[in-house]
Design a protein around this ligand. Structure first.
Ligand SMILES: *Cc1c(COP(=O)(O)O)cnc(C)c1O
Length: 385
């Protein structure tokens, strides 16, 4: 039986075209791009071509893109690098309560160094309020970081407006756009973003490659020190294969954003409609407006998402409960709790995230398996009536 993979917010498979593009750089064109012979120069050129492709996806200058080891490193670099650079100016950071662990842990680290952090709340729709942001700003605030779209619920944040407010108050604004790129259209030239983080493996490139967009005039400290790679922002011999792959993946993402938006949204909306039609006592955690087209987070009352996931797995269906990064912990998702769900309902949540390779026919198979599993689990549940 074929596997149905509905966990594309956790990671995506490497696209075939991306793989063919990167393969020659493992062996045929293996030279160090910093060397000074013809073949090395060729590799360097290819890295710059990739930088151009990533910048085209965002609508920025190639010189504003810095390659990193992934979304987590980009976020660390943006937040910690700017906080350290601006420590004389102030020591207050604003973020949201629904950020990815990469952001939350970078902020916790800065707290240990004497910085203070404000975590903005979200409403039932998983959205931060610009008014709350405005009120949280103090004389000491140096940087704000709010994600473009949430990985668990798909909620899109009013980041353009937040960045505008930050710019007026001369505060740097970083956004974790790892989930947003390739799914919704972004044009950083039209925004006041100072920095933006990207990851390759969420857009069909391999794991271990990412990028940081840093606006021309923004100055921060690098985190990794060594040679003069990445214009002295990120030392270390470049991950050439990863960079080549990321460039190709960005090119494809730019081409396909609109068609994939339609395709994944049709699948997501169909899945939601059929769930509501077939299964009672469901809470929809993904907001109806302002959400990523591919993401659906729902809580099935009286049962645990973990058990449901195990049942689906027996039918070869892969989904996630909340976030892959928190699956080793027994705490319910911090995102759902921040939205005001109680612990029991937060524990009953499952996330379905569609991608390029999902087919509409999969919806019926998934709903059939879900219905069967939910009925079975509810019969055994002490919570159900
Ligand atoms: C996946 C993810 C990250 C981390 O990216 P990695 O490349 O896996 O380090 C950061 N933020 C969000 C919103 C993500 O979904």
């Amino acid at each position: 039986m074929n596997k149905i993979y509905l966990d594309n917010n956790a990671t995506t498979p490497v696209d075939g075209e991306v793989l063919s593009e990167m393969l020659p750089f493992f062996s045929e064109y293996f030279q160090n791009p910093s060397s000074s012979y013809e073949t090395a120069y060729f590799v360097r050129q290819k890295i710059e071509d990739s930088r151009k492709k990533v910048s085209d996806l965002l609508g920025c200058e190639p010189s504003e893109i810095f390659f990193t080891s992934g979304g987590t490193e980009s976020v660390n670099h943006a937040i910690i690098g700017s906080a350290l650079f601006l420590s004389e100016k102030g020591k207050h950071i604003i973020t949201s309560s629904i950020e990815h662990k990469a952001v939350l842990s970078s902020c916790s680290f800065l707290k240990k160094l004497g910085y203070s952090v404000t975590f903005l709340p979200v409403d039932r729709n998983c959205r931060v309020s610009p008014d709350d942001f405005r009120r949280a700003i103090t004389k000491d605030t140096i940087i704000a970081s709010v994600m473009t779209a949430n990985n668990e619920t798909g909620a899109i944040q009013p980041v353009e407006e937040l960045a505008q407010i930050a710019a007026e108050r001369k505060i740097l604004f970083h956004t974790d756009a790892v989930q947003a790129i390739g799914k919704i259209h972004l044009d950083v030239k039209k925004t006041s973003f100072s920095m933006l983080s990207l990851s390759g493996h969420k857009i069909y490139a391999p794991k271990g490659i990412g990028a940081l967009y840093k606006k021309k005039d923004v100055q921060i400290f690098p985190l990794i020190h060594g040679g003069s790679h990445e214009r002295r922002q990120r030392a270390g011999t470049e991950n050439v294969t990863g960079i080549i792959a990321f460039g190709k993946a960005a090119e494809i993402a730019k081409e396909k954003t609109e068609s994939e938006r339609k395709q994944t949204k049709a699948l997501r909306d169909g899945l939601l409609a059929k769930i509501l039609e077939n299964i009672p006592d469901v809470i929809v955690n993904t907001p109806a407006d302002y959400s990523l087209p591919n993401t659906l987070n729902v809580s099935f009352k009286f049962i645990e998402g973990e058990s449901l996931m195990t049942f689906l797995e027996l039918d070869n269906i892969e989904v996630s409960t909340g976030s892959a990064c928190s699956s080793e912990s027994l705490d319910p998702s911090h995102v759902l709790l921040a939205m005001g769900l109680d612990h029991v309902d937060a524990h009953g949540s499952v996330r379905f995230s569609a991608g390029r390779h999902n087919k509409t026919e999969e919806v019926d198979i998934v709903v059939k398996s879900l219905k069967k599993a939910v009925e079975k689990l509810r019969k055994m549940s002490p919570l159900s009536k």
